[in-house]
Design a protein around this ligand. Structure first.
Ligand SMILES: [Zn+2]
Length: 294
């Protein structure tokens, strides 16, 4: 499904309301720009044959955003400079997704190539924070917002007062900050920066997808899930715990589903909380166990 925010700026709705493995896309008609390629294969095919897709601008390198990139082999691909290397190399992608060197590297590699059709793409244009992009008469300002990925790219259309926040998706699950080169503090800063941008309509990559008016309150509720997770973690670490115990407890991702990806997610998020707590001198790792310090 496609809905039009303005004459030029369209939303290509992700299947299943943009829940993983799908994500909502924007389409800017004037220059045939598709923002992300994980929405809906039929709509992407239709756009390619109809209005045309000249360029796919990637908000970041996560698989649910590039699923159908292989259906537009002739389009240029743009991404932020910081995320660009992941599009050209599966090894770099696995490293950025913090799966390299773990027991999840092999299944992740299989997932990326078989289910998400990863094919290396050269980035034709590397985008940096604050850059102004002109698509016909439509102006967009790049907002590089680290935390979800290091080069996570949001787009602000100042004339239309529209902000595409991509994976700062305001969902109930809360934010993802498990990638290499990312940290919780970066993420907080990015979400608060986005919430301050004057926008009439915010669009996200998952669920939603549109939010009218100020998102300040929603953004704080979204960030509050981080302290909720930390609180649960503190409770659990009252007793020293091993890596295996932490993963199988599934404090963040929930129990009852033994899909390996959730173990990967659990551990990746856990490590970011440990980074913060160790830095503050509140937790330690000794004799194979993580513990709270008195
Ligand atoms: Zn993502």
């Amino acid at each position: 499904m496609i809905t039009k925010l303005t004459d030029q700026i369209w939303i290509v709705h992700g299947l299943n309301n943009g829940r993983y493995p799908y994500s909502h896309s924007l389409y800017i008609k004037d220059s045939g720009i598709l923002v992300d390629a994980g929405a809906d294969p039929d709509e992407i095919d239709r756009l390619r044959e109809g209005e045309g897709i000249e360029t796919v601008m990637m908000t970041h390198y996560h698989e649910d955003h590039f699923t159908y990139l292989s259906r537009v082999p002739d389009a240029q691909v743009w991404a932020s400079e910081a995320d660009a290397p992941a599009f050209g190399s599966l090894e770099t992608l696995l490293a950025y997704e913090s799966a390299a060197g773990t027991e999840w590297e092999a299944p992740y590699r299989k997932l990326l190539t078989e289910k998400f059709h990863f094919t290396p793409r050269k980035i034709a244009r590397g985008i940096t924070d604050g850059e102004e992009l002109l698509f016909g008469k439509t102006r967009a300002v790049a907002v590089v917002s680290p935390g979800h990925s290091q080069g996570h790219l949001c787009l602000h259309f100042p004339d239309e007062e529209i902000l595409f926040m991509a994976d700062y998706d305001l969902t109930e699950f809360g934010p993802w900050y498990g990638d290499a080169r990312c940290g919780i503090e970066d993420l907080r800063r990015s979400v608060r920066r986005l919430a301050k941008i004057d926008a009439r309509i915010c669009v996200t990559s998952h669920e939603g997808p549109t939010y009218q008016g100020s998102i300040a309150e929603k953004a704080e509720a979204y960030l509050a899930t981080i302290s909720g997770r930390e609180q649960a973690l503190r409770e659990f670490l009252r007793k020293p715990r091993t890596r295996a115990e932490i993963i199988s407890r599934r404090l963040f991702c929930g129990q009852g589903n033994d899909w390996w990806w959730l173990d990967y997610a659990e551990w990746s998020l856990f490590l970011k909380h440990m980074d913060e707590m160790m830095l503050r001198g509140e937790a330690s790792f000794e004799d194979g166990r993580y513990r709270l310090l008195p």
